[in-house]
Ligand binder design. Structure first.
Ligand SMILES: [Mn+2]
Length: 311
């Protein structure tokens, strides 16, 4: 038996962990595994340190079971889609299985299932297949949600035939793809719509319109009522301008830090830029947080200079 399945076999109480500020990939993979553990008649808890989770993700099975307090009585934890231990949002003292697809993963687990893949949910799908673990409707819906979100609705550069083959199988197994599409992709709040208008109005193009730059202040969020996550679709859409190769967002956080997010058409290595600020991610999708009191303007100039060297 696989070492991971063996460790699970001997566990009594298992906590599945989705990362802080969870996305559909993290919640989806944790949810699918939650179902699998229930079938094994294990005691299972579903943990995410973030208290307010985007209601869009409520299409993922077991969403209502999520708790932001960690059960320290557990003898095993399994984290999903966490590239490093800070993403857990909790100090885990028991054994930890780390399941993730980020190339920057620090292998912080007692056992690690880390492979470069489109998404953690796709990695998990392959894991279930390889180990003869059957996938029910709930698991199929959860994994579909993660693949949908991490592939930017199947539009990312790294989507290939294998992605569609997996999705075809998941739908065959009963994944509620329409529910996920409507909830995760085809839904936007009025506040997010207003923020979009503001971001497009203030978008700056640099380097002969090869770089699109967005800065979002706390005031912008307050004025529109939007939340930080609402900035992301604009960042992606800016790449649809034919000249744009990389889009960058700097967003003020309420604690005074600044969050940077980068997207590219795979040619520009955004991870290299994010790493300069101790961030992480992938070649075409990366991010970082700066907490040294730098202003948006200063950071913006630094990033443009780094892009000068990169492009
Ligand atoms: Mn992911």
């Amino acid at each position: 038996m696989n070492a991971i399945l063996q460790r699970i076999d001997s566990a009594k109480h298992i906590v599945v962990i989705a990362h802080v500020n969870p996305d559909a990939d993290s919640l989806g993979s944790a949810s699918a595994f939650y179902t699998h553990l229930l079938r094994l008649h294990k005691k299972v808890s579903f943990f995410c340190a973030t208290q307010e989770i985007d209601q869009k993700l409520s299409c993922i099975p077991w969403f209502e079971k999520l708790r932001s307090s960690f059960s320290h009585s557990a003898d095993l934890a399994i984290s999903f889609d966490c590239a490093d231990a800070t993403r857990l949002g909790v100090d885990v003292e028991c054994d930890l299985i780390n399941i993730d697809h980020h190339t920057t993963n620090t292998h912080f687990g007692t056992l690690n299932l880390v492979e470069s893949s489109m998404s953690t949910t796709l990695l998990l799908y392959n894991f279930f297949q390889e180990n003869g673990i059957s996938i029910n409707k709930k698991m199929a819906t959860a994994m579909y949600a993660g693949i949908l979100d991490d592939s930017s609705a199947f539009l990312d550069e790294n989507v290939d035939g294998m992605t569609f083959a997996a999705v075809s199988e998941l739908i065959e197994l009963g994944a509620d793809h329409k529910l996920c599409n409507n909830s995760i992709v085809k839904s936007i709040s009025l506040a997010a719509f207003r923020l979009k208008a503001l971001m497009y109005r203030d978008m700056h193009l640099y380097k002969e319109a090869r770089v699109a730059f967005f800065c979002v202040t706390l005031e912008d969020l307050k004025q529109t009522g939007a939340i930080g996550k609402d900035c992301e679709s604009v960042l992606q859409e800016a790449l649809y301008l034919p000249s744009v190769e990389v889009s960058v967002l700097l967003k003020q956080n309420s604690d005074g830090s600044i969050k940077g997010s980068l997207r590219s058409n795979a040619e520009v290595n955004t991870l290299k830029i994010a790493k300069h600020f101790c961030g992480g991610g992938h070649q075409s999708r990366a991010g970082f947080t700066v907490d040294d009191g730098s202003s948006l303007e200063v950071l913006k100039r630094k990033i443009l200079k780094l892009l000068d060297e990169e492009m």
